[in-house]
Design a protein around this ligand. Structure first.
Ligand SMILES: [Fe+2]
Length: 194
């Protein structure tokens, strides 16, 4: 972002077994509970999504040191987080770069019936439960191809985003994405991406 907090962009990489087993189990149970009791299905993505949810925020904070180690930044800070569960024929993820506060982006596989590769910078990555793809969401293009077995599949991912302290998310506030960044964008019918 700036000279004070340089971001050293590396190729996307997978980290295995990110959460301790008890924390993974807790997050999986929480994700199933949200899916069963607070559905938020969005047909444009074919997924349910829950933003900045308290239990997820706790895990987000907990993973700060993991993010600092792997992204090799002692200064990065949690910005926002999201959990999504994909299902049905509408499940999709367009090719995009993130426009929100996603400098450092961890895509953690919480649970899945059948794995669904995530592509980043032209390469596919197969995640097993508790594996995470680490990438630079604002700089690296990512997407998914056809959702496998849409009649039966269920794929849940948690997204944890981190930024440097001089990022607009911290200096201007989280609403800046709406008041400035997306307000100036031409929309072409594609839903806003994280
Ligand atoms: Fe994204």
């Amino acid at each position: 972002m700036s000279g004070q907090y340089p971001v050293n962009i590396k190729d996307p990489f997978v980290v295995n077994s990110i959460l301790p087993p008890d924390e993974l189990k807790k997050l999986q149970q929480h994700a199933m509970l949200l899916w069963a009791t607070k559905p938020t299905y969005d047909n444009s993505f074919g997924r349910h999504q829950w933003y900045d949810e308290p239990e997820l925020k706790r895990v987000h904070e907990m993973l700060t040191n993991v993010a600092r180690d792997y992204f090799e930044s002692p200064t990065l800070m949690p910005s926002w987080c999201l959990m999504s569960t994909y299902e049905g024929e509408a499940a999709k993820l367009w090719k995009h770069k993130d426009d929100n506060a996603c400098t450092y982006h961890i895509d953690l596989c919480v649970f899945q019936k059948e794995s669904w590769d995530i592509w980043a910078e032209g390469k596919p990555y197969t995640l097993m439960e508790n594996d995470g793809l680490f990438m630079y969401g604002n700089d690296q293009e990512h997407w998914r191809e056809t959702f496998p077995s849409p009649e039966t599949n269920l794929v849940c991912n948690a997204f944890f985003f981190y930024c440097e302290p001089d990022h607009w998310y911290f200096t201007e506030g989280p609403q800046y994405i709406h008041t400035h960044i997306r307000a100036k964008k031409n929309t072409d019918g594609t839903p806003s991406m994280m």
